[in-house]
Design a protein around this ligand. Structure first.
Ligand SMILES: Cc1cc2nc3c(=O)[nH]c(=O)nc-3n(C[C@H](O)[C@H](O)[C@H](O)COP(=O)(O)OP(=O)(O)OC[C@H]3O[C@@H](n4cnc5c(N)ncnc54)[C@H](O)[C@@H]3O)c2cc1C
Length: 494
């Protein structure tokens, strides 16, 4: 059947991003979003990866001005890990796999924990700068950044863009009626039957259509990811408190905590395992670490890690939390939604709106791989973090299943941070690439059999290069400076 009417169940980031993506790419589609104000949205999810700006501003060609004005993002150059023997940086600039033309080996071999920067992205991060400065005092944007955005503001911005595109949004709590293809209709409390040719299940953890109605089997990731809860809180940013252009990820007794700096607010969250810690103990540890968080303003969010076997079944395609979930250690949920939504749009376009079984199978394989790739990457974070010796971290070091990361770790143990086989070991669609694995393995100082004694001439090269990178970084803009430059009345938006 030719698909012309699409019904989206849910208006969190997953539902609205998918609706907007489909409408921008396939304007002939009729789209209707149904959401329950009583159920609401998840209201957490503050970090993105660099896939996010590419999706909105390059693939969908949305002008960034309204995003900056309404969603009020800050910029994220990467993650500062308080993890392993010494703190380290992970950027979106693929710096570990790069090779300087003057040197024989890729950057990973020249890592120095005391000066953990190889290029502009990491040097800027290490010195709390975000963009180079143009002669006019404006930020010179680059492609290696992501964002920090408050979920509620982001969803508000998405809703405005959807309405501009003519997408109908209906407030109703619905139940699903089965039909020959899977879903027959969504029924509102007043008895209205909402029907379409394709149903997008973006109902969050409830997974109303894929999980509850169609009973698609769930593939759990708990042999790798032991955490299943987060306690979340934050405080108002003081005027003199810098806005860090990166997420901080800090090892905690039974998991880890994030810190995300927004313009007016600092957001913290402790992701932990309920098998090792009660909610009250987690809250206590969280508040001890963060005395500025008001104790009565914390909340606990429960989740399970894993994904459904298939996300497209019959006339239902699940996106976002209703298709799968992994904890935000690499802040990947919005990235997955970008990939799900753009792949769906391309699948519909290429099949002239009549997707055959081969394309649907491929869609399911591709999206399943996305989730599994993230699980594999996170496995390396848990298995090799030696910072604490608590029962939780000992269990991680002993028992975390590496799955698809196993051959990468074996290769690294024999060959060190070599990028030679990267393309073979890591899927072409894996956004972390071999670089991400090297950043985590080198950053955590995982031992290998090929330690490199850097010859004096190469040491001298890096001494000069690192010094120059520091000088360049000091010329750059802080987040506060870049935000106020963008608000100047003479700014012209491209
Ligand atoms: C602790 C935590 C931290 C996170 N941090 C990050 C992060 O840093 N970066 C990142 O990318 N992601 C993060 N995420 C994930 C991110 O929040 C979500 O993946 C993302 O916002 C997508 O949510 P969603 O739209 O799938 O679900 P939701 O926001 O829950 O939306 C579900 C929608 O479905 C509607 N709905 C459900 N049932 C019905 C019904 N019967 N009738 C009508 N409407 C219905 C609801 O009203 C709502 O509109 C985090 C998640 C958690 C739990």
């Amino acid at each position: 059947m030719k698909i012309s009417q699409v019904v989206v169940l849910g208006a969190g980031s997953a539902g609205l991003m998918t609706a907007l993506t489909l409408k921008r790419r396939l304007p002939q589609l009729q789209l209707r979003v149904v959401r329950s104000k009583d159920i609401g949205i998840i209201g957490v999810g503050e970090g993105t990866t660099a896939v996010f700006p590419r999706h909105f501003f390059e693939f969908l060609k949305i002008k960034p001005q309204s995003f900056y004005l309404e969603a009020k993002p800050t910029w994220k150059l990467g993650i500062r890990f308080l993890w392993g023997p010494t703190d380290f940086l992970y950027t979106f600039a693929y710096e570990f796999e790069k090779r300087q033309p003057e040197l024989a080996r890729n950057n990973g071999f020249y890592y120095d924990p005391a000066q953990p920067w190889f290029g502009n992205a990491s040097a800027y991060m290490a010195h709390d700068r975000v963009f180079p400065r143009t002669p006019e005092g404006m930020p010179r944007f680059h492609n290696n950044h992501a964002f920090h955005i408050e979920n509620v503001l982001f969803v508000g911005w998405l809703e405005n863009r959807c309405r501009e595109e003519g997408i109908q949004i209906t407030d109703a709590t619905v139940t699903a009626e089965p039909g020959p293809q899977g879903v027959g209709a969504l029924i509102t409390e007043t008895g209205e039957r909402i029907t379409g040719d394709l149903y997008i299940d973006a109902s969050g953890f409830r997974s109303e259509l894929l999980g509850q109605l169609l009973k698609e089997p769930f593939r759990s990731y708990t042999d790798t990811l032991f955490c299943d809860r987060a306690v979340v809180g934050g405080w108002k940013r003081a005027a003199n408190e810098p806005i860090k252009p990166y997420t901080v990820v800090e090892t905690m007794n039974c998991g880890w905590a994030w810190q995300i700096d927004h313009e007016h607010h600092i957001n913290r969250g402790y992701v932990y395992s309920s098998s090792f810690l009660s909610d009250d103990e987690a809250r206590e540890e969280f508040l001890r670490k963060n005395p500025r968080v008001p104790a009565d303003k914390t909340r606990v969010v429960k989740y399970r890690s894993g994904r459904y076997e298939r996300s497209w079944v019959g006339n239902v395609v699940a996106v976002g939390n209703s298709a799968g979930f992994v904890e935000p250690l690499e802040a990947t949920a919005l990235q997955v939604i970008c990939v799900e939504a753009s792949t769906l749009a391309d699948t519909l376009a290429d099949s002239l709106m009549e997707p055959p079984p081969t394309l649907i199978q491929l869609y399911n394989r591709y999206n399943g791989d996305q989730w599994d790739d993230i699980r594999n990457f996170l496995a390396v974070h848990y298995r090799f973090n030696t910072r604490l010796n608590t029962p939780f971290w000992k269990a991680c070091q002993n028992d975390v299943a590496l799955h698809g990361a196993e051959p990468i770790v074996d290769f690294y143990r024999e060959n060190g941070p070599s990028v030679v086989a990267g393309i073979t070991l890591v899927h072409a669609s894996n956004s972390f690439r071999m670089d991400g694995f090297l950043a985590m393995l080198v950053g955590q100082q995982v031992p290998h059999q090929k330690p490199y004694i850097i010859p004096p001439a190469e040491q001298e090269f890096w001494r000069r290069r690192r010094q120059q990178l520091v000088l360049d970084a000091h010329q750059g803009m802080t987040s506060e400076q870049a935000i106020s430059a963008l608000r100047r009345p003479d700014v012209r938006w491209g």
